[in-house]
Design a protein around this ligand. Sequence first.
Ligand code: ADP
Ligand code: MG
Length: 696
Amino acid sequence: MGVSFSQLDRPAQFLKGVGPKRADALAKMGITSARDLLYHIPRRYDDASTLTPIGSLEVGLDATAVGRVRSKGVIPTRRGLRIFQVVLEDETGMITVAWPGQPWLDRKIRNGDTLLVTGPVKFFHGRQIHPREFSTLWRSGDTEPETGTIFVSYPASEDVPQWVLRRILGSNLDELLSWADDDEYLTGAQRSSRRLPGLSEALSALHRPASLSDAEVGRRRLAYDELFFLQLVQAQTRRCATEVEEGITHERSNELIRPLHESLPFALTTAQAAVLRDIYQDMKSKRRMSRLLQGDVGSGKTVVAVFAMLLAAEGGYQAALMAPTEILAEQHARRLSEWLEPLGIDVVLLTGSLTAVERRKALESIESGQALMVVGTHALIQDTVSFSRLGLVVVDEQHRFGVRQRMALVEREGLRPDVLVMSATPIPRSLAMTLYGDLDLSVLDELPPGRTPVTTVMRTPDRRDAVYAFVDEQLAEGRQAYVVYPLVSESEKVDLLSATEEFERLRKEAFPQRRVGLLHGQLRPAEKNEVMRSFLAGDLDLVVATTVIEVGIDVPNATVMVIEHAERFGLAQLHQLRGRVGRGAAESHCIMIAEPGEEALERLKVFRDTSDGFEIARADLRIRGQGDLFGSQQHGRDPLLRFADLMIDEDLLIEAQRAARELVAADPELQEPAQRRMRELLESRYRERLEMYGVG
Ligand code: ADP
Ligand code: MG
């Protein structure tokens, strides 16, 4: 079946007012078809009623104003700086607008043009506005379209300035809107149950809003569409991973699960119990489990994993737990043994540090199926390790974006074990649903009772000696401490130098009585392990580390984390670092040494005042913006989400996921005639781009 043709597929070149040259310039902005132009929506709206009349612009205000250019010119200054200036006027008065150092604007702006300018009003030979941002709304001589009271500003380029876009849209928009419903894939009933406008209505509201809330209704419609198609691709992936071929139907006897419940020194939290119910249900169904378990540092993910592993073992299946590093694998193995050996269950550890004899022995018991609980590094699944009856793989994943690769690794040799990925970096639910919409999501949103929050403070570098004195007091009480230095971008060598120099200084001058170790990225793995093992064993009092410090490492006796140049760390990283302390009964401290600028200060204050990892993650999303999280910079101009905002559209996302999963369950390949338009849109507009982002 061919794709039905829509006028929207016409090349942009055939639009009114677009010749070959302009078409090239538009193409550089990603606009090649009529549809692209229709979906080129404003990046900014200004409500005329909130603009300041020029006569009322006061020095000290930060204002947005609209006016007509009355005169203009380039003014040289004595120091050689050339300033482009215009006099802008409206019915209420005139003001000078000045662009220091931008004389070339003289060629872009003409007398009679209507400009929108935003910036601070200063006093300099009278009132002046220094624009941070401006656009030419209309060129002199253009007939001003009836816009109502909202000024829209489009993303423009050097070659296609604002006024050109407005002119092209002005002469084509009515026609474009009349074609917009060609792309409609929702029925009227579906739209009204989701409280969404039709496409032509939405696009009209975006280009010519009667009010700001009007534009917002339009935006939500386009946001829903992009979220829906994202979730649709993910629902198809999820179906392939979990349903097309059957997984294992685990059976629960309680033979192992009950004794562990009885012997654990604590009761599960409500959140742990709820998450386990979901996991058991997945494992007992014939669907294959593919689930992401998110939880804050210390929320107790490991014990959840162990119960899941026991369910597999009860039916005679093997379970594997994989950690990103040897140290963490050893740590997991130690904890599992503590819990399981009293119940008569052996835990087999497989890492690169085993002797040849130990390794052969471990491999044999894995191959024979005798080893029910296997712990190792991620190499477990890549290696030549063959399991006899692998029923569950638990992946302890420290890096935010490694999850999908790990899932893929489990697909081999016809094995279809259930998969549980544990992520130690909390991300907001909406972001998790976007990045991992093909997985089921469980969240441990509660910490076990009785934790004392880590005291967090910020100190300027001139108070470093006082910080050291405090650290030394803690060490004198038998505690241990970390001092962490950031990785200065790119230059690993410079870092190494500074961490090494600092190590020497701390060892010789600041803490001469203490046993100080050094940990950095240029050490061989065996050397790193050696330092961490000594620290864990209490043979070192203090570890000086760069960012290689193991996320997830558990040294309960460590009570102080000093973070040098804290302003260079991201929020998630800071939170992970702080998670290294506060793991025992004693009160713990996190001390940031920093001289932050304004931007970093906001981040560090959030960190200082918040201990909840999910709250920190939401603040991170708010401060950095979602574009940063998807790496849209690397992908050029077209971000994964253009219209949806994960901070405010969670309700749309949940609805989109529900609708997509329901549809895929009923009609996996979208074969029904009613889904024809949707299928065409998926293939022509969405799939390729989503795959480029690796979310399909
Ligand atoms: P995570 O891996 O999520 O960071 P862990 O699994 O390492 O957290 O658990 C942190 C600590 O809390 C461990 O010492 C664990 O034994 C303990 N713990 C886990 N669940 C509970 C609970 N329900 N009550 C008390 N302590 C718990
Ligand atoms: Mg199953």
